[in-house]
Structure formats: C-alpha cells, structure tokens
Write a protein that binds this ligand. Structure first.
Ligand SMILES: Cc1ncc(COP(=O)(O)O)c(C=O)c1O
Length: 483
C-alpha cells in the first residue's frame, strides 16, 4: 500500500473511531444476532485477488458491526467491562504500526525499559511492596498459570521442569469455592490435574475460610501429597468476595506454600487508599495479578503481574536456544523469561499513555465514580419492593434477585430471574450477566465502562423493574411466557 493511501485510510478510520465512541450509546449493547447470522455473510473461500480497503471497510460496517457486542457502551454491565479509553487506543495505534515484539531487550530496548518503569509506577500506585518486580501478561489466566509453574518448581526443587510432575508425589493447590475458572484451567494446563485443586468453602461474605484451608493442607500432607500453592482472590468474579489475605499468608508461610493473589478486577481499585484494607498481609505473598484492562482505562489486553522473587519464575520459564541469545546477556531483562509465550506485544506503551494522561488523581476519580454509582444502585435495590441483594455490594459490583411477594418456590424464583435477564439482554438497552449465589440464580451488574454515568444506571434499573413484573406470572401485567 502506498504511503498516501495508508494516510488517507488511517485518517478516515480515526474519524470513524471518534464517531463510534461518541455515539456508541445509540446502538444496542448486545449484538442482535442469532448464532450463524454473521457466518452466513462471510465468503466461504478466501479472495484470490486483493480488494481495496474501502470495500473491506464497507463490508465491516454492513456485515461485521451488527454482530459486535459493544463493550464500550455506557450500559454495558456484564462480566467486568473493558476499558478502551481514547489515550490507550491512541497508544495501541502506535503499537500496531511499530509492530514490535518485546521478547528480549535487544528486540525492543524501549519496550523493555518502559515495561519495567510503568510496572514500578503501577506497583506504587496500588500499594504493593517495593521489592516486587513486574511483568505484563496478556491475561490474569496467564499470570496464574505462571504462578502455578513457579510453585511447582519451588516445591519440587526444580524437578518439575526437568523430570515432569509424574516424577513427584501429586501436588495440591488450594483456592476458594468462589475462585475463577482460570485456576481450574491453570491446573489442567500445568498438568497438575483438576482433582488436585481443593475448593475451600467460603464464609457468609463469600471469603475463603482459613481454618478449613489449614485443615485441608494438613489432611493432604498426612495423605502423602505435596501441598504446593494457594490462590487467594481479591474480588471474586460472581460477587466480589475478598479472601482474608493476612490469615492465608500465615498458613502459606507455615506450610511453605506459594501464595498467588488473583485481584484481576478489584486490583485496580487499590489506586484509592480507602480500598486498601484488603491488602493486609500482602508483604508475604509470592505473586499478585490485576488487569488494568478491566478497570484502569487501559484497553484489552493488559495484565500486571507482580512477583516477589522473579528469579524463581525465570527458573521455571527460561529456555535459551542459540537463536534467542543476545549480546546484552545477563545485563538486561529479557521479558520472554517471565511469561509463557515467547512473542510479546508492546503493552507497556498504552499503560504509559494512560497513566500520564489521567494521572494518579484522574484514575482514582474514575474508580471512585463507579463505586459511588454502585453505592447508589445498592440503595435503589434496597428500596425497591420485590428485589433483594443476592450478596453484599463489592466495590462497583452489585448482584441481585427479583423476589416478588407471594412466590416462595426457589426454583420458580430462579426461573423468573433467568427470564428477566434474558429480556434485559435481548432488548439491547443494557447487558448484564448471570451468576450463581449459594446455588441460586442471580443477576450481576458490574459498573466499569468508562462512559457510564448516573443516568445510565437509573435507566437500566427502571428498565429492569418494569420487565420484572412481566416475568412474574402472578403479576397483573405479566406478558406471555418466554417472551
Ligand atoms: C477474579 C478473576 N480472575 C481471573 C479472571 C480471568 O481474567 P483474564 O481474562 O485476564 O484471564 C477473571 C475474569 O473476569 C476474574 O474475574
């Protein structure tokens, strides 16, 4: 492509991007398509000859965009929203055009040194110990996998990487019953086996019960197994439960367990000092991950992974074929030795843009605004007859159930809530996701999209309360079943 053609298209794309963000609110949040609708529009064979960008772009608008769910929509409340802020998107454009692979210092000196510096900034911003070193992973799942591999190395004295896990007694890992499925997947991928993950029951606040953890470790040791790692969660996915880090750290120290902290979502809130109570005991953890791409105005993907003893991680992950050796040798950090993939995107650039553009104060305001909106919503739910909180609000995450008077059957209530969620999401006005709280179906509303304002939360709550009556067969305004 000629430089001038590239320039013209790039300008047009940026205009489109600015309009998209300015008007995304006019679109339905969740794509209004059925499975297969988009696939039917796509040519079965690749084109033999190249096409102009303008034609491809028209097809993007016509065929692809209707199948996109709009994560930047201010009424996106599902999962944990993603934060594609303008400064981070601008930085991603530079990342794309540089096309840098940050696998080693030599392949990207600025990428490497910027990564080290922005992680040091982030570490200070969220109140982690000064001794922690960092690495940017693509996802919290990858960080947890790395933590599991480091734990295996530690507990087997390095044998896991060379002789494999089969050469050892079975290694066991511990996490709460509310833990994210990435821990399960990590067990599978690391070859530890799902059967060796102990899901520890939680207390009334959905936090891991340390006394049960201690007992479970003791039982496994008595049975001749090798307890290796405990994963504590700060901000569980379903309801935002916060595990008691100090108590878990004490058990981990006593039992020589690798302690990894999964703060994928809630970690961003730590930029505000008032939310740092959950960090008590963090001085003793081995690693800690959170996702700026979830709630710190940094677009997907970007996971900040901090480690107390990075040499241990590097022992678990370093391979050195001749084609990867560089002249700088040990004098520099080669980030490829801190993550599973060899190739690494230049993710530090967007973090640098984001932190510099908003400043710590701006990022704190972003978090506080969302927590404030969630607090207001919590009050609304408490004051709306027929609705109950399914779990205590956690930061900007609210879970609730529709429980109208006169309906006692738990299964019937679950069914009404399922129907309510389906109606909200199918309509396109807002997007929420489901969760299970103590075995019962609940709706989960996570506030975190950059442009969500008070009016969006009020609109969605009014909408939910209107639709709820239609899901209750006993209510006078109930609509036909299943609609
Ligand atoms: C607590 C928790 N841990 C881990 C993850 C997985 O994050 P990622 O998609 O970055 O792997 C999530 C995703 O929502 C999460 O909520």
């Amino acid at each position: 492509m000629e430089s001038e053609t590239f320039r013209a298209h790039a300008h047009a794309f940026v205009d489109w991007m600015a309009d998209y963000l300015a008007h995304v609110e006019r679109r339905p949040v969740r794509a209004q398509v059925r499975p297969g609708d988009i696939a039917r529009l796509l040519a079965a064979e690749p084109p033999a000859h190249g096409e102009p960008i303008s034609d491809i772009f028209s097809a993007f608008e016509r065929d692809i965009l209707p199948g996109v769910t709009h994560w930047q929509h201010p009424r996106f409340f599902a999962y944990f929203p993603a934060n594609a802020s303008p400064p981070s998107v601008l930085a991603e454009m530079l990342t794309a055009v540089l096309g840098v692979n940050c696998m080693a210092w030599e392949t990207s000196p600025a990428g490497t040194e910027l990564e080290t510096r922005v992680l040091a900034w982030l570490r200070q911003m969220v109140g982690l110990p000064e001794s922690f070193e960092g690495v940017i992973q693509d996802s919290a799942s990858s960080a947890t996998l790395v933590a599991l591999l480091a734990a295996c190395e530690r507990v087997t004295g390095g044998a896991a990487g060379t002789r494999g896990l089969a050469a050892n007694r079975a290694l066991t890992v511990y996490a709460s019953a509310e833990t994210h499925s990435s821990i399960d997947k990590g067990m599978m991928v690391a070859g530890l086996g799902l059967e060796n993950l102990r899901k520890i029951p939680t207390d009334s606040k959905f936090a891991l019960r340390p006394e049960v953890l201690a007992e479970s470790v003791r039982r496994d040791r008595d049975a001749g197994l090798l307890p290796a790692c405990v994963v504590a969660t700060l901000g569980t996915t379903a309801v935002g439960g916060i595990d008691p880090l100090a108590d878990i750290a004490e058990i981990a120290r006593r039992e020589r367990l690798y302690l990894h902290v999964d703060a994928a979502w809630a970690g961003s809130a730590l930029v505000c000092e008032e939310f740092r109570d959950m960090l008590a005991g963090v001085g003793e953890v081995d690693s800690f991950v959170f996702n700026p791409h979830k709630w710190l105005l940094t677009n997907f993907d970007c996971s900040a992974h901090f480690v107390r003893d990075m040499a241990e991680v590097e022992r678990a992950l370093t391979v050195s074929p001749a084609y990867l050796r560089t002249a700088a040798g040990d004098r520099v950090v080669d980030y490829r030795n801190r993550s599973v993939p060899l190739g690494r995107r230049f993710r530090a650039l967007k973090l640098w843009f984001v932190i510099r553009h908003y400043g710590v104060v701006g990022l704190q305001a972003h978090i506080r605004r969302h927590v404030g909106l969630a607090r207001d919503l919590e009050a609304r739910i408490r004051n709306t007859p027929g609705f109950v909180l399914a779990a205590p609000r956690s930061l900007s995450l609210v879970t609730f159930r529709y429980r109208p008077d006169g309906v006692a059957d738990a299964e019937a209530i679950d069914q009404m809530n399922r129907q309510l969620l389906a109606r909200v999401n199918e309509g396109g006005l807002a997007y929420l996701s489901p969760c299970e709280v103590r075995g019962r179906f609940a709706l989960r509303l996570a506030i975190g999209a950059p442009e969500t304002q008070e009016q969006h939360v009020i609109e969605v709550w009014d909408h939910i309360t209107r639709l709820a009556a239609q899901c209750n067969p006993a209510a006078p305004s109930a609509g036909p079943a299943g609609t």
